[in-house]
Ligand binder design. Structure first.
Ligand SMILES: [Zn+2]
Length: 418
């Protein structure tokens, strides 16, 4: 199998422009919420572009959309490549669209060059990756990977009362030319190109991020219980000040966790005080901790450390404390062979590359639990994403798509002989 097939960069850039026009915002971004009219228009355009090249179009019950190009042996599980088409309300034009349209470019390049792959290659556009209209995000890939819809999903509504179940049904009905397919299914590998959504590649001057995995995330809710009392009359020795305890804990965590480990992320993003009056010592403080790390055992260790610090500090401040886990997503480790293929392909093109972990969630997180998966990152200007100013240089777009194409050819051959 030749790995030297050059993609059509100009065609890909034109496609990115065409899709950015669907839900375009005045500030140059994209507002294409999952399962909205704009999302349907983007899906319809993708399906028509695929049909024009003779790819077979199908969608599953989660409205994940697939374009399939057959290979020599169509009994083999397909190599899946893709990303998502939905966006944040003030999203950028590359988040998701880049990986989806680069996957289309790969299929079209194979078609243009009459390349016969060992097995089929399928583009997938996942439903509702962003989760900003309907929670949770990565809905489509989760349903694909688990074979089941999340509990209570029928009752999920958006801010305007729109029901997820209705919008999903309408989205499926809007594409009658797509064949129905069952949920899930085996695949030989999954490759996703995405913008980094962070500043590391740009800072290092690297063109390609070889993604080794996605860091894990654990959410903790810390409750400190003290005693409500008068702000003016209560001397220090008599105070059970829940806020003083919370402030000490937060300051210690900020001074230790991230300074000690460049891979650790700790954020306190929500804090509520009760009763919340200016002249009353708070009797209760509840705050959130968003903890992330590429290593699962390290997340466990940090959580144990947090629990120890919380109880020790609360005791010293005359308060009671508890820590509750409210969410836990284990880190994903990508497939060593696919990671190696991505890295080799980038080097073969003499693209500067760097191994890294993804700080953000992606659909690949769920695919990696089911089979071999890997991701390719390209830089975005200033690390800015989920922002209308999100920008990727044309040569970066083309380099990323070229590596996806080369890696697809290499993977479909390598995984077929496994
Ligand atoms: Zn994305």
């Amino acid at each position: 199998m030749t790995g030297g097939s050059a993609i059509d960069g100009r065609r890909l850039l034109a496609r990115l422009d065409a899709f950015a026009a669907i839900g375009a915002t005045p500030a140059g971004g994209v507002n294409r919420p999952a399962l909205s009219a704009e999302d349907r228009a983007a899906r319809a355009l993708l399906a028509s572009l695929g049909a024009a090249r003779g790819f077979s179009i199908s969608q599953d019950a989660a409205a994940n959309l697939f374009l399939r190009r057959p290979g020599a042996d169509n009994g083999r599980p397909p190599l899946l490549i893709g990303s998502h088409l939905d966006s944040q309300p003030t999203g950028g034009r590359f988040d998701g669209a880049l990986g989806t349209l680069a996957a289309l470019e790969v299929l079209e390049t194979l078609e243009d060059q009459n390349i016969v792959t060992a097995g089929p290659v399928e583009l997938v556009a996942w439903t509702n990756e962003e989760g900003s209209r309907f929670s949770p995000g990565a809905f489509g890939s989760q349903v694909y990977a688990t074979g089941a819809f999340p509990w209570g999903w029928q009752d999920t509504v958006d801010n305007n009362g729109g029901r997820l179940a209705d919008e999903l049904a309408a989205t499926l009905a809007a594409l009658p030319q797509a064949a129905e397919r069952p949920l899930g299914g085996s695949f030989s590998g999954y490759l996703e190109l995405h913008i980094e959504q962070g500043p590391l590649l740009e800072r290092e001057g690297a063109l390609i991020g070889v993604v080794e995995g996605i860091q894990g995330t654990r959410w903790l809710e810390v409750s400190i219980e003290g005693q409500v009392a008068h702000a003016g009359t209560t001397p220090l020795a008599d105070r059970h000040d829940a806020m003083a305890v919370a402030a000490t804990i937060i300051a210690r965590l900020q001074a230790t966790v991230m300074p000690a480990d460049a891979n650790a992320r700790l954020t306190v993003g929500r804090l509520t005080l009760t009763p919340g009056a200016i002249n009353v010592i708070p009797g209760e403080v509840v705050f959130s901790i968003d903890l992330r790390h590429p290593s699962g055992p390290e997340i466990d260790r940090l959580e144990a450390e947090i629990i120890r610090l919380v109880s020790e500090t609360a005791e010293g401040g005359g308060c009671h404390a508890s820590v509750r886990r409210s969410m836990d997503v284990a880190p994903a480790r990508f497939d060593k062979r696919l990671i190696g293929i991505v890295e080799d392909m980038a080097k073969r093109r003499s693209f500067s590359c760097q191994r890294m972990f993804s700080g953000a969630f992606h659909d690949a997180l769920f695919m990696a639990r089911l089979g071999p998966a890997a991701m390719i990152f390209v830089p975005c200007r200033g690390g800015l994403s989920h922002n209308e100013a999100e920008y990727v240089e044309p040569h970066q777009v083309i380099a990323g798509a070229q590596v996806l194409c080369d890696a697809t050819l290499e993977a479909v051959a390598a995984l077929a002989v496994a």
